[in-house]
Design a protein around this ligand. Sequence first.
Ligand SMILES: N[C@@H](CCC(=O)N[C@@H](CS)C(=O)NCC(=O)O)C(=O)O
Length: 217
Amino acid sequence: MAYTLFYFPGNANLAPHIALEEIGTPYELALLDRGNAEHKSAPYLARNPTGRIPTLLAQQPDGNEETVFETAAILLHLADRHPESKLAPAPGAAGRGRFLTWLFHLTNTIQPEYRVFYYPEQHVTDPVHVADAKATAERRLCEMFALVDRELATRPCIAADHLTVADFLLLMLVRWGRNFTHPPRDLPHLGRLCAELLARPSVQRAFGQEGLGAPFI
Ligand SMILES: N[C@@H](CCC(=O)N[C@@H](CS)C(=O)NCC(=O)O)C(=O)O
């Protein structure tokens, strides 16, 4: 099964990119020219009408191509299509509920808060409130990561007793907070998991291919 991942270095594509590397399936990367707003161009919008990054093209068994967008949907799609990689408990299997719970918590609760942090001007009517919106998002994100850290005190990975695609999403979200006053990497259990993830060849290849240098998180 072949894939194409539309990406921009360090954007929300990073987690699916790691998943593709971990699975070891053939894929190619398609760099979007954000400087020229290629993610808002008609050809890209025809595939992903939200105009956001990433988008995955997935070749179907019948040879047709399916388009998937939304980072967590891409992760789930890849994990379910490649069960041999064991990156998610199978539908109906023990632990599927907990896996979905944490995957959705990361994508529904933590990831949107970063939209406020990185695009604060879209969340206020008066520009005078931009700095406050950004600071408030950072404070809320720190509270969310503290909760994740407490959860990680009870098991090795965020969504199961083994690695899943949710861990790749978590690593990406931790990276996005690397310039916080209190970066999430400094939390003990989260820091331990991220160090383990960063030591994986799949993660190193994805970071390298996107040209992401230190500090990684
Ligand atoms: N919910 C979407 C959010 C994706 C998202 O916000 N991507 C950012 C880059 S990390 C983006 O496209 N920003 C450009 C824009 O919003 O115009 C997902 O998970 O795929």
